[in-house]
Design a protein around this ligand. Structure first.
Ligand code: UDX
Ligand code: ADP
Length: 463
C-alpha cells in the first residue's frame, strides 16, 4: 500500500515533533495532526513559529518549513480520520488517579475514546498505530473496540513506540538508534508493518528498523525506560553512600562508566529523575507483573521508584537540616523547574516535590526557569492537592531574571541542568544573598571550587 495520507491524534510532546519530522522527510505524504485542545492547535498554527506550544531545540524551524505544505494542525478529528490511511494514536496515558489500579495502572480512557472515534468514522481499511506508551496488550483492547463497533472495515493495529527524549527530540527523531514496529504475524499484519517501514525508510537505514510481534514491541518500550530509570536510581543510591564515606559520585560514575560493558550514559547522579515516562512506565510494569501474580518481579522494579522518591525527599531534608533545621519564612531560590534542560515540560519534575516539602516547612520559594511560566508552576503544585491554591500562590513566586530570584535568598537549589546557570555572574548573586549563602546543586553542574572561593557553602549530590 502506498501511503500518501497520515493522521495523528494528539498534538503533544510526542505527536507534534514526530509528525513534524515525518512531514519534513516525506514531502509526498500529507500529515495532519489533530487535537481536541483548540488552544494547543492554535499555538501550533501561530504565524510566529516561536509560539508553538512545545519548546524543543530545532523544532520550530522544521514546523515552519513543512507547515501548510504537507503538515497541518487541526481540531477536525473526524475529517482527518476519514482521509488517513495510517492513524497514529498519540494521546496522553496518565497514571490512573481513581478506582482499580489507582496510582499504578495507566488510564486508558483517552485511548479508548480515540478507538471509538476511529471505529465510528472509518469507511475504508485503516492502519492504526499506537504511539503513546501503553501497557502491554493495549493493542488487543483497541482491536476489540475497532472490530466490534466499526463499520465492518478492516483494521490493522501496529505498535510503534517512540523513543525520543525531550530536549533532544529533533536529533533523536532524525537519527534514531532504532525504529520498532510490532504487528500481527498474519499476512495482513505483515503488509501493514511494511507500509509503515516504507514511511520510515525515507530517512532511516533499513537495518535500524526492527519488526516484532505487537506484545514484544509494547513490552520493549516499557522495559527500555525501566532499564534507563534503574541506572539513575542505582547511581543515586550510591550517591548517598558517597556522601557518608567521602567517595565522590562523579568519580565513581566515571570509573564504572569506562567499563565498556557498563557504558558512560545515564550515570549522572541527580535530585531524581522526572518526566512523563519513567515513573509511569515502571508503575505499569509493576502493575502488569502483579496482575500475573509475579510479586518478586513487581517488587524488584518498584524499588526503582522508591529510590527515586527517597532521593527527592533527601534533597529537601538536606536543605532544611543545613539551614539550621528551619526554613520557615526563608527565601529559597530554585534555578530550574523543568524535569530536564531544553524542554518546557514539567511533568513529574523533581522540583515540584522538593518545593512541596519545603513549603510544608513554611519556606518561600522563588523560581527561575528559562522556559516555564508561573502559571505552570502553580498548576503543578495545585495538582498535588497538598494545600489550597491560595496557599500555594502565597508560598511560591516566579521571576524573569535569576538575579531577582536569588536576591535576599538564604539558599539556592539547582533543580534543572540548564546550561545558562553555569555562566551566571555568581559573585553578583553571592553579594545579593543572605549569609551564609548556600548552594544545593541537585544536578552537579556548578563549579564547586569557584563557588567556594567566592564564599558560598556548596553541597552537590554524592560528594
Ligand atoms: C525518556 C527516555 O529517555 C526516552 O527514550 C523515552 O521515549 C521517554 O522517556 P525523557 O523522559 O524525555 O525520555 O528524558 P530523559 O533524558 O530520559 O531523562 C529523564 C529524567 O532522568 C530527567 O529528569 C533527567 O534529568 C534524569 N536523568 C537522566 C538523570 O537524573 N541522570 C541521568 O544520568 C540521565
Ligand atoms: P505526550 O507527551 O504523550 O505527547 P501530551 O499530554 O503532551 O502527551 O499530549 C497528548 C495530547 O492528546 C493532548 O494535547 C490532548 O489534548 C490530546 N488528546 C487526548 N485525547 C484526545 C482525543 N480523544 N482526541 C484528540 N486529542 C486528544
Amino acid at each position: 500500500m502506498k501511503i500518501t495520507k497520515i493522521c495523528c491524534i494528539g498534538a503533544g510532546y510526542v505527536g507534534g515533533p514526530t509528525m513534524a519530522i515525518i512531514a519534513q522527510k516525506c514531502p509526498h505524504i500529507q500529515v495532519t495532526v489533530v487535537d481536541l485542545n483548540a488552544e494547543r492547535i492554535a499555538a501550533w498554527n501561530d504565524e510566529d513559529q516561536n509560539n508553538i506550544p512545545i519548546y524543543e531545540p530545532g523544532l520550530s524551524d522544521i514546523v515552519a518549513e513543512a507547515r501548510g505544505r504537507n503538515l497541518f494542525f487541526s481540531t477536525d478529528v473526524d475529517k482527518a480520520i476519514d482521509e488517513a490511511q495510517i492513524i497514529f494514536i498519540s494521546v496522553n496515558t496518565p497514571t490512573k488517579t481513581y478506582g482499580k489500579g489507582k496510582g499504578m495502572a495507566a488510564d486508558l480512557k483517552y485511548i479508548e475514546l480515540c478507538a471509538r472515534q476511529i471505529a465510528k468514522i472509518a469507511k475504508d481499511d485503516k492502519i492504526v498505530v499506537e504511539k503513546s506508551t501503553l501497557p502491554v496488550r493495549t493493542a488487543e483492547a483497541i482491536k476489540s473496540i475497532l472490530d466490534n463497533t466499526g463499520n465492518h472495515v478492516k483494521f490493522q493495529i501496529l505498535s510503534n513506540p517512540e523513543f525520543l527524549a525531550e530536549g533532544t527530540a529533533v536529533q533523536d527523531l532524525l537519527n534514531p538508534d532504532r525504529i520498532l514496529i510490532g504487528g500481527d504475524p498474519s499476512a495482513e499484519g505483515q503488509e501493514a508493518i511494511q507500509a509503515l517501514v516504507e514511511v520510515y525508510s525515507n530517512w532511516v537505514a533499513p537495518e535500524k528498523i526492527l519488526t516484532t510481534n505487537v506484545w514484544s514491541s509494547e513490552l520493549s518500550k516499557l522495559t527500555a525506560n525501566a532499564f534507563l530509570a534503574q541506572r539513575i536510581s542505582s547511581i543515586n543510591a550510591l550517591s548517598e553512600l558517597c556522601e557518608k564515606t567521602g567517595a565522590d559520585i562523579n568519580e565513581v560514575a566515571r570509573a564504572i562508566g569506562t567499563d565498556s560493558r557498563i557504558g558512560p550514559k545515564f550515570l549522572k547522579a541527580s535530585v531524581g529523575f522526572g518526566g512523563s515516562c519513567f515513573q509511569k512506565d515502571i508503575l505499569n510494569l509493576v502493575y502488569i507483573a502483579k496482575s500475573y501474580g509475579l510479586n518478586e518481579v513487581a517488587d524488584y522494579w518498584e524499588q526503582v521508584i522508591i529510590m527515586n522518591d527517597h532521593q527527592k525527599k533527601r534533597f529537601a531534608n538536606k536543605i532544611v537540616q543545613t539551614l539550621y533545621n528551619t526554613v520557615s519564612d526563608k527565601k529559597i531560590a530554585f534555578l530550574g523547574w523543568a524535569f530536564k534542560k531544553d524542554t518546557n515540560d514539567t511533568r513529574e519534575s523533581a522540583a515540584i516535590y522538593v518545593a512541596n516539602d519545603l513549603i510544608n516547612e513554611h519556606a518561600q520559594i522563588a523560581v527561575y526557569d528559562p522556559k516555564v511560566s508561573h502559571k505552570k508552576v502553580l498548576n503543578d503544585l495545585d495538582y498535588l492537592e497538598s494545600r489550597t491554591a491560595e496557599k500555594n500562590a502565597n508560598a511560591i513566586s516566579s521571576f524573569d531574571s535569576p538575579y531577582e530570584a536569588c536576591k535576599d535568598a538564604h539558599a539556592i537549589a539547582v533543580l534543572t541542568e540548564w546550561d545558562e546557570f553555569v555562566h551566571y555572574d555568581w559573585q553578583k548573586i553571592y553579594d545579593s544573598m543572605q549569609k551564609p549563602a548556600f548552594v544545593f546543586d541537585g544536578r552537579n553542574i556548578l563549579d564547586k571550587k569557584a563557588l567556594e572561593t567566592i564564599g558560598f557553602v556548596y553541597q552537590g549530590i554524592g560528594s
